[in-house]
Design a protein. Sequence first.
Length: 445
Amino acid sequence: MVEKVRLMVVCDEEGRELWRRGEGKEWSKSAVKEAIKEGRLVVFEDIPTKGGPETAVRLLLKSVVVIPVEEGGKRFYVYFDSGEKVRFSQEEIWQIVGMARWVIREEEKEKEKEAGRLFVGRSVAAEEVKRKILEAAQGGHVFIEGETGTGKGVVARLIHEVSEHKGKFVHVNCASLPHSLFESELFGHRRGAFTDAKEEKIGLVEAAAGGTLFLDEITEVPLDLQGKLLRFVETGRFRRLGETRERGVEVRIIAATNRAVGKAISEGRLRPDLFYRLSQHHIVIPPLRERREDIDALLEYYGGLLRGRRLSKGALSRIKAYSFPGNVRELLTLLQRLGARREPEEVSAEEVEKELSLFRRAEPEERKDEIEVLWAKIERGGNFWEVVKKPFLSRDLNRSQVKEFLRRGLLKSGWCWKELCEMVNLSPEEYHKFMTFLHDYKLKP
């Protein structure tokens, strides 16, 4: 039986180290490469202490085994060196496989915990984002779509952190780069390539080699430069500005935009072929107003921003009723502003309302108008079925708009559903039908 582990290293199918156990520092990468090449178990036994392979002699190896292990639909290669054994029995090899499986499962659980810790929320929508984060972490380019403040940067970094590729994470705000310098910043330049190129410079693509390049607000990149980026995505090769020699680099690209992808493509802000190449994993982060049930979890996680103050029931109710056009970022700003006062200890509903009135001024006029139009139709005698249900079922209204319509009504009714039913010109006999419709289509705010 194996009683000691000098070093166990779990590698991916490319031979890259994922996790390790034991006190050993170095290991024979050539042994793992041979096992990957052969696609089977490889055993090196009775390695001579003198006259043997240089690496084996330097590392004082006696016997090494590399075992392919299938776990969770993925293949791993496990490098094992006990530091003592001269030969491994079949029983001991199976024991090593069992140890490796345990390590892999524990590490995968840690990935899931990390995703849960950093992308906060317990709603179905939040859990779906976490699932996609874990899928994207396995490899491939990623395209993230979400409104401002939903957490696109958090998701991008989280994908990198739980990924098996542990190179650098390079964040590029495309909106802040002058168009004339974008190609130079991305791919680098040689000395003298242009007037101010006094020194040779590597680009962000090379800086992120072996890791992740996060292109935030990619729809701000001009279409002609998107074409050059597309070529790199397709081939993995590029030229520094002013050079003729091609260079190659392996990097995973995560792109993000706060615009709806379909609209960005139709408006000529995003090349469809670039989107198709980058969306091997497409993650859409829903706005906070569409996962309102996550507000409790967010308040619990970021409660420290209140600096010891606590929210009254009225304050909490006001926060939950607000639409948060700035999403999670706006919620955190609200907590910071409330926490800056320190006194009184309890945050009142009036204090929250005062802060939210400042935020409402920044809410898009288009969003305000469409909800006001619906309520104007109700005030002119229209009922909920005609004004809201019919256009919702025909997809002229989306779920978010209906929830906002209801939320504004509930604020007026004091969150009384029966009173809201009357406000939208429905009879008391229609109350049950009204509530069933909202429940079936998950429209309750």
